[in-house]
Design a binder for this molecule. Sequence first.
Ligand code: FAD
Ligand code: NAD
Length: 465
Amino acid sequence: MKEITTKLLVIGGGPGGYVAAIRAGQLGVSTVLVEGESLGGTCLNIGCIPSKALIHAAHAFDAARHQAHGSPLGIRVQEPSIDIAQTVRWKDGIVKRLTGGVGALLRKAGVQVHKGWAHIEDGKTVIVQPAEGGEPVRVRCEHLLLATGSEPVELPMLPFGGAVVSSTGALAPESLPRRLVVVGAGYIGLELGMAYRKLGVEVAVVEAAERVLPGYDEELTQPVLDALEKSGVVLHLGCSVQGYDAQHGVRVRSARADEFALPADRVLVAVGRKPRTTGFGLESLQLDMAGRYVAVDAQCRTSMRNVWAIGDITGDPMLAHRAMAQGEVVAEVIAGKHRRFEPMAIPAVCFTDPEVVVVGRTPGEARAAGLDCIAAAFPFAANGRAMTLEATKGFVRVVARRDNHLIVGWQAVGQGVAELSAAFTLSIEMGARLEDVAGTIHAHPTLGEAVQEAAFRALGHAIHI
Ligand code: FAD
Ligand code: NAD
């Protein structure tokens, strides 16, 4: 069998693995990256990027439909139609451009990329079976980095196949269904459920918890709930699914044990993701686990010397920017630098309409942590830019310590608030106080003024409300 020796072997070319490999290559560490499917991993191929492309297309179509039905802006257009096959081709073009770019960046950094499936023999040896067949390759390494990501959770009573799809299938529709049932009102269920509704599909959502986006606080999700109801998405909260057949649809049981069926010609199951930790020899390393995830310390070390892990395989939050940040840190640690992965806050954005952003602690979390905090919100209804964008729903909220005004959290809900996440995270990472944000000139007219006004309000003297 052909053999290769390298200092660093990375398994998985998603945002965690490819960033680690690029940074290691830049630092002169000889690096091999093995990827079984396509560079860019879940995020670029079947996750973040394709979902945001579909959401954008759905938003554009919906906006055109609204104009056709009488716009207060005075715009008049004919009833639009959508060619979903062309939409999917456009989305695929973006994915191809980005994944091709990752390949070029890896080449530029001197990383050797092997397209194939890795099987771990021990902490220093991996066999790579080329994806296109042919002779396997044995790779010997000094450092092994696990970045194998995650996969969708399957429900035993609704196995994937035929009309029952995961997010991957929902992001590459050959045609639009007439009626879609979404199981799970979390990130994927609501982002894609809303997008399908905007594309004109009848959408019903079945959620086990009593509320949508149960990971976020209720005040923050209320505008999303209002938008779902206004758009005609039918919610079945506190319900469990029992099975599906094409004739009756999805069988559902409510909290009061009533049973009913929801007709559907497609079913999207989005009830969470699980780390990819089996099927490629990882078990043989007998690493310490944190529940179902690989346990790591603040330098992304596992319990075995020179075996490292990053990204979704290491647990929540399973987000691309966390994986990338860990990838950059671990590469530097392996190259001999003193780095730790200890962020003050990791932003989370849900790309529903309106969008939701959470950075740091909510008022409830601050209370639970024993902090005496001030919380203040500024509504977009009082923001001029929001009015010009027809985006007056939602608010920005700041949470800060009462004693020294140190900001410990930001939350926002509204159109376009995803773009405010950078300012929120920066302020927390830099240890900003309310006075720092209130004293920073925010351009007018922008949605960002609501950030400054929230800080003013927390200090007891909002100007524009
Ligand atoms: P992955 O991206 O999962 O990459 C792991 C790679 O390892 C895969 O390419 C896989 O093929 C490869 N691999 C696994 N085992 C082997 C093996 N044995 N040999 C060779 N290769 C192997 N996150 C956000 O931050 N923002 C978003 O907007 C967002 N939207 C999302 C939308 C959807 C629909 C989904 C499903 C996810 C979304 N996420 C989002 C989550 C994000 O995609 C993940 O957090 C991120 O991709 C994790 O990166 P990773 O490098 O840990 O793993
Ligand atoms: P999720 O954890 O966000 O939501 C799953 C939902 O399904 C929860 O509300 C849960 O209560 C519900 N649920 C669980 N079992 C159920 C059942 N049997 N019947 C009905 N409801 C059930 O998971 P997801 O939406 O699948 O997304 C997976 C992960 O992908 C996210 O946690 C996140 O890490 C990542 N993601 C991030 C983004 C983003 O950053 N914008 C977008 C999509 C996905």
